[in-house]
Design a protein around this ligand. Structure first.
Ligand SMILES: C[S@@+](CC[C@H](N)C(=O)[O-])C[C@H]1O[C@@H](n2cnc3c(N)ncnc32)[C@H](O)[C@@H]1O
Length: 368
């Protein structure tokens, strides 16, 4: 398949589709992303601003992929939905699809797209696909189930012109991920930059890598190890936590690499979707039920493109469950500074959040 990638960032889709499919165009307005894309895909055409991509640039595409900007549909953004200037750029995906009619459109975004701004952005996606006569399916998938020690629940939406996208996204009903029960004899990931309104505590994995934080520093989550040390992953390890080879974003300036890695789509999840596009299989319509109305759309759903929309009860993990664990990998880390750690402990002690017994005490012991 020939892939056209919009909002390509660090190239997670391109890396996931790999060598079996050919990327013919990448696109990103950020210089850091373009530096990486030029290095990793030197023979692929690159256009900076999505608003300048013309149908002629992508005419032979089979798949149009886009991890469109999430700021307006994320719970930490302004929640402006399509009224925002950033997530509304998804309109360009459909402008180009209308003119060129690729076989598939594959989108990725934060899973809060199901409810932020009354779920209107997701409603727009369903409408826009249906208006083109495409059937669609979407599913929430957690990167942790794909071998990565990172909890990262994301929304994947596939619209198809002549085939049933449910046969790609919904035919493997999946398996249940184990509960996130904390045990201090295993590593515990947390957002050291937060503490007041959230902490992201995650057993034997990190919470989602992101681009920013409430104290304005792009930084990875920290991990409390059973020996009492508190560390953050190196940028190379963070790349691996997204499924990239170490050094993948090395062409970008060091300060900007965290943002690129935090923004990216997880490579093994794309690989799974790509494999399933190669071998689609019927999905079980018995798992479907009437689509509930907004404001919270279900975790997975399907539409036949002619107005029928159904919720589908599938898991956030595939049946080939491969849970990523920090304790099972050989990763590189650096110490979190005392200043950063005591800032977190102070915020946590002042907050009303519940912390599991022993967690803050372990951090205080490390400070002493
Ligand atoms: C969520 S990230 C996509 C990440 C990508 N899927 C990956 O794997 O790295 C959204 C990207 O959209 C880019 N972007 C924002 N406005 C844009 C525009 N007008 N034209 C092209 N790219 C834009 C941002 O620079 C950012 O890299």
């Amino acid at each position: 398949m020939r892939i056209v990638s919009l909002f390509s960032g660090a190239g997670g889709f391109e890396a996931g589709f790999g060598d079996t499919h050919r990327t013919i165009l990448v696109n990103d307005v950020a210089m850091s992303a373009r530096d990486v894309l030029r290095q990793r895909f030197p023979d692929v055409a690159l256009i900076e601003d999505v608003r300048n991509v013309q149908p002629d640039d992508i005419n032979s595409a089979d798949v149009l992929v886009a991890g469109f900007p999430c700021q307006d549909v994320s719970i930490v953004g302004g929640q402006r939905g399509l009224a925002g200037t950033r997530s509304a750029l998804v309109e360009h995906v459909f402008r180009l699809a209308r003119a060129t009619r690729p076989s598939h459109i594959l989108l990725e975004n934060v899973q809060s797209i199901r409810f932020v701004h009354g779920g209107r952005v997701l409603l727009y996606l369903m409408h826009a696909a249906e208006k083109l006569g495409y059937s669609w399916a979407y599913r929430t998938l957690d990167s942790r189930a794909f071998g990565l020690p990172q909890r990262r629940r994301r929304f994947y939406f596939l619209a198809s012109r002549d085939s049933d996208p449910g046969e790609v996204l919904l035919s493997d009903a999946g398996s249940t991920l184990p509960a996130n029960s904390l045990d201090l004899s295993l590593p515990v990931g947390f957002y050291w930059t937060e503490g007041r309104s959230g902490h992201g505590l995650t057993a034997d994995a990190i919470p989602p890598l992101k681009t920013g934080s409430s104290i304005g520093i792009p930084s990875p989550p920290a991990v409390l190890f059973p020996d009492g040390s508190v560390k953050i992953p190196t940028i190379e390890t963070a790349e691996r936590f997204q499924g990239f080879p170490e050094g993948w974003t090395g062409a970008a300036s060091p300060r900007l690499r965290w943002g690129l890695v935090g923004n990216a789509v997880s490579v093994p999840v794309v690989r799974w979707i790509s494999d399933r596009m190669n071998s689609p299989a019927p999905w079980d319509h018995k798992l479907s039920s009437p689509m509930p109305d907004r404001p919270i759309w279900p975790l997975a759903a399907w539409g036949n493109g002619r107005g029928l929309r159904l919720a589908v009860s599938v898991q956030e993990a595939p049946s080939s469950l491969d849970i990523g664990r920090i304790s099972h990998g050989n990763y590189s880390w650096t110490d979190l500074s005392d200043r950063a750690l005591s800032g977190f402990v102070n915020r946590a002690r002042e907050s009303r959040l519940l912390y599991p017994g022993g967690f803050l005490e372990h951090l205080e012991a490390r400070l002493r």
